[in-house]
Structure formats: C-alpha cells, structure tokens
Design a protein around this ligand. Structure first.
Ligand SMILES: [Cu+2]
Length: 348
C-alpha cells in the first residue's frame, strides 16, 4: 500500500497539469510510457528514446544547414560584383552530391528505425514457457470487464474497471469488445492494443514494479470515451492471492436488517436487468458486476472514488456524471436509497 502512495504522489508532482485537467485526482495512478514497470514497456521506452535522440540530431543538423545557407547567400549578395550565373559544372556536381548523400543518410536512418521497431515488436510479443496468468478484457461502453480465467472453472471470476496483477508473473491479456472498437492503454505496462468486436488479440507483459497505474481507452468510442479509464494495481504475490481467493467467492450475505432490505430493493428494481451480484438472482452483464463492489477503489471506470456519497450520486442519477452512459436514473425514496447504499457498501 505504501508503494501505491509513492507512485501516486510522484505522479502528482510530475503530472500535475494532467491531474488538474482530470478533476478526479485521487484516481490518477502513474500514467507514463517513459516510466516503464514491465520489461516490455522498457523496450518500448528505449525505442522511444532512440527515436527521440535521432530526431533531435536530424533537426539540429537540418537547422544548422539552413542557417549556413542563409548566411552564405547573404554574404554573396553583399558583394558588389554582379552575381555569376554562368553554368558551373563543378558547383552543380557538388550540390548534387550533397543532396544524394542527404537522401542516402535519410533512407538509412529510416531503415535503422524500422529495423528497431520490428525487433521491439517481436520482443514484446514474446511468450515464455512458464505458465501465464490469463485474463480476458472485454470493452463495453464505457467500462472494462476483466475475466480471470482459472484452471478450476469455479474459481474463475469477473470483475470490472480494476485490474489486479501479481508482481513478477507473466500476464496474457486477451482483448475483445462487446460493442465498438476500444483500445487498452496502460503506458507504464505495455503499448496500446485495440479491442475489436468478434475478434481476439492479446498483450503479454510481466509487471515488475508494484504500484497503481492508470489506464485509458485510447480509441474514440463515443461520448464518454474520455471517462473510460481503469486502474492496474500490481501487488505482491501474497496480497494478490488474498484478493483472488476473496473475489472467487460469492457476495457476502447481508448482516443486518437494513442491508437485507437493501438487497431486496436491489433485487426488486431494474438493477437486476443489468448487473450481477454473485449468489443472488441478479445475473446480467450490461453493467459492471457488483459482487465485490466495495473492494474496488473507484467506480464508473475510474471516474469517481468509491465512496458512499459518490455511490449515492451515481445510483440516483449517473447521467449527471457520465451523460449518455447506459445506466438510467433511478427514483428511490430516501429510506430505500439508504438501505440500498448500506447493502452496496457491505459488498466487500
Ligand atoms: Cu472505449
């Protein structure tokens, strides 16, 4: 947990502009492709730095050549004698040679960069022999479904908007979409990859640093595309398996009368048509699964921190927070709302 805080506070310093723009600062994990947390993102960052320095060198050379040419022309103009326009094969040959060399160097640089891109691309899609942790990510408008595939099917589970991963383990993330094209982008971990309806693609990486990293949908997918974020929490093996074991359980039973009434409110209103709560008749995936809602740090795709107050606002009128999202406003009396919130916040 301490590590999470460190990453977050460093992010606040370096990325305060972004954080100010994203008015929900508390949900900003590290979000930078030059602070790699996996060997794969490290390769991509190295490629970026090579391209950056080569481009800077080319820009400097071209600028220097331009400045040189301007000054030479000016000093030629200052001479009083009329400009010599007679054909000068020697000068022309020199100019042609210079242009040919520049062209050859340009092509060579582009080929070297192309070669480096290819080798980086191959290196980051390499799957090692050890058994990976397999997770399926499904894009929805506008939230992320994460299915943890377990060799024992009954231990597998589905969660949303927060991807927890164990440090040091190879991850294979299979990507697909439920509606339009989205793009999975957590720059500290890996490059972008599209989620395409009816097709599966995959990302392979090994998180080596613990921390909270922010991800974002990187392919315009509609009105609330900008509010389609997610968090990646990389944890120690122990923390991860505790969480995993807990997630593979059904939802906890209500522990008092108010929570019982809250569950009744949930099961007797429209919520059941769109959400799943494990161990209850609610079993739909139009919206995120709520089985362990209270163990998530954010709601609505890393848009709001997961607090009772925010849940109240979201449940009564989510359209004010994310206009156009697929959850309709709900008219609930104050008592029903209170019971419902007690129940939802008990779903650890
Ligand atoms: Cu999207």
């Amino acid at each position: 947990m301490k590590r999470h805080k460190e990453t977050q506070s460093r992010y606040r310093v370096t990325g305060c502009c972004c954080a100010a723009l994203m008015f929900f600062q508390d949900l900003s994990g590290a979000h930078s492709s030059v602070e790699p947390a996996t060997p794969q993102a490290g390769r991509i960052a190295n490629l970026w730095w090579v391209m950056f320095y080569v481009s800077v060198a080319v820009l400097a050379l071209v600028t220097a050549a331009l400045i040189y040419a301007v000054f030479r022309r000016r000093s030629a103009r200052e001479q009083t004698a009329p400009v010599d326009l007679s054909p000068n094969t020697n000068r022309e040959r020199k100019a042609t040679r210079a242009a040919a060399v520049a062209l050859a160097v340009t092509i060579a640089i582009l080929f070297v960069l192309l070669g480096l891109s290819f080798t980086t691309g191959r290196a980051v899609s390499f799957l090692s022999n050890e058994s990976p942790l397999e997770i399926k990510a499904v894009g929805h408008r506008w939230w992320w479904e994460f299915q943890y595939v377990d060799p024992v099917p009954s231990r597998g589970f589905i969660t949303a908007n927060e991807l927890r991963l164990p440090q040091g383990r190879q991850i294979v993330l299979t990507l697909t979409s439920n509606d339009v094209i989205h793009s999975f982008w957590a720059p500290n971990l890996m490059g972008k990859k599209d989620l395409i309806p009816g097709q599966e693609s995959r990302l392979i990486f090994r998180p080596e640093k613990q921390g909270v990293f922010r991800g974002q949908c990187a392919e315009f997918c509609g009105f609330q595309h900008a509010q389609m974020g997610f968090l990646v929490l990389v944890e120690s093996d122990g923390d991860f398996s505790d969480w995993y074991n807990h997630e593979s359980q059904q939802a906890v039973q209500p522990s008092n009368d108010s929570e019982k009434r809250g569950r009744q409110v949930f099961l007797s209103s429209t919520c059941v048509m769109c959400h799943t709560i494990g161990g209850t008749p609610a079993n739909s995936n139009i919206g995120p699964p709520l089985t362990h809602l209270a163990s998530r740090t954010s709601i609505a795709a890393a848009t709001l921190t997961n607090s009772r107050e925010n849940l109240a606002k979201w449940v009564t009128d989510s359209q004010k927070i994310k206009p156009g999202n697929r959850m309709p406003p709900n008219v609930l009396g104050p008592e029903n709302l209170d019971d419902l919130l007690n129940y939802l916040t008990s779903l650890k």
